[in-house]
Design a protein around this ligand. Structure first.
Ligand code: SIN
Ligand code: CO
Length: 373
């Protein structure tokens, strides 16, 4: 794999071997001459939308305050010490989506979103740690970072946001537009705006095992099939009516122990879980959808592309899209994997796909999951 300017002239393999989950990395001019993809006005507009996750954090008079969006008003730009955070900007803006996809040397199943922060002088979210890896790209203006590998991650009680009780930074640097900082999970950090600034966080996803386990059991609840009902034809009169008998317990244990799950169940669960759109995600179907015949014609000419909000994954014979799964044959898999990996399928590939795949493409087009290329 080739060296990437984005990673300070490391190859993705070198970066993953030496830094990922291990130690921070400052990359000067990771994206040379970087210009912000959205103006601060555009961010303020996004913050007012119902389907956008946003937060306003102020640190006026040394007092932390947080307000969740939608936000219909933000403090004056001339006022210091506030920051606006917009989650999932990649879902709403093509350029932001393209920037996030530059990090696709990390699998889609691990890539979460692009968060953008806008801050006035002194603005920030306070000294804290995150549970996930993060790349912090300085998009506009300057931010002073102080970071440290401390083990004491105890937090100040009663705060509206996570603030470290004893922050002990070991390094300090100022990032300019185009510079980027990589931080492994649980690395303490505090970024403070030096004048007005914007920072883009490329965030990752690492579900807690408890969360996965609970979701897996719910998934299994829909697929288990235990026939019959409890019966006790040999029941004897009870001396202790409140006691659950051993015979009853054994019979129920015997039935519950029939619940089994296979690696295939786990693969289907995981693919559906990881491709499930986030709660506020709404797809936009075409206003005047083409007929199947016209769609097929256009598809042969222009191919198709997944919409920004679509998550498409695969494992073995299973293909997953936006929380749905299906098993495919070898021939169909080739085309669908190209679509999932590259997020597009050219006209030739689309027209050579089987009838089943072409029908699926049309359904996804109608749902707004993909568009013509
Ligand atoms: C920010 O962009 O203000 C904060 C990002 C972070 O520290 O995780
Ligand atoms: Co952070």
């Amino acid at each position: 794999m080739k060296k990437l300017t984005l990673l300070g002239d490391l190859t993705p393999a070198e970066f993953l071997r030496d830094y990922w989950h291990k130690k921070p990395l400052v990359i000067r001019q990771a994206i040379p001459k970087f210009k912000p993809l959205l103006s601060s006005d555009a961010l303020v507009e996004l913050a007012a939308q119902e389907d956008v996750e946003s937060r306003l954090i102020t640190h006026f008079d040394q007092h932390w305050h947080m307000q969740n969006g939608p936000l219909h008003q933000v403090p004056a730009r001339t006022r210091n010490d506030w920051t606006l955070l917009i989650q999932g900007v990649n879902l709403h803006n093509d350029a932001a989506d393209a920037l996030l996809r530059q990090f696709n040397f990390i699998p889609d199943a691990r890539l979460d979103d692009l968060m953008i922060s806008y801050a006035t002088e002194g603005g920030g979210v306070g000294p804290h740690f995150d549970s996930y890896d993060v790349f912090l790209l300085q998009a506009h203006g300057q931010r002073r970072w102080r970071i440290g590998p401390q083990k004491d991650l105890s937090l100040v009680d009663g705060m509206p946001l996570k603030i470290l009780r004893n922050f002990e930074p070991e390094q300090e640097f100022v990032l300019d537009a185009g510079d980027m900082l990589y931080l492994p999970p649980h690395y303490a950090h505090d970024g403070v705006a030096v004048g007005e600034c914007m920072t883009y966080s490329i965030g990752f996803r690492a579900p807690a095992f408890q969360e996965l386990g609970e979701a897996f059991l719910q998934f299994m609840a829909d697929s288990i099939d235990l026939s019959g009902r409890y019966a006790d034809p040999d029941l004897k009169p009870s001396e202790h009516p409140a006691e659950i008998s051993k015979a009853m317990l054994d019979q129920v244990a015997n039935e519950v122990n029939k619940v089994r799950f296979t690696d295939d169940d786990i693969a289907i669960f995981l693919g559906q879980y990881l491709s499930e759109p986030k709660a506020q995600t709404y797809f936009t179907p075409p206003v005047k959808p083409l007929t199947p015949a016209r769609f097929e014609q256009s598809c042969t000419k222009r191919g198709v592309a997944l919409s920004r909000k679509t998550q498409m994954l695969y494992r073995g014979k299973h293909v997953f899209i936006n929380g749905e799964s299906f098993a495919v044959g070898r021939a169909d898999k080739t085309a669908l994997c190209v679509l999932a990996d590259t997020r597009k399928l050219d006209g030739d590939n689309a027209s050579q796909a089987s009838q089943d795949v072409r029908e699926a493409l049309y359904n996804w087009y109608q749902d707004g999951w993909l568009t013509l290329g």
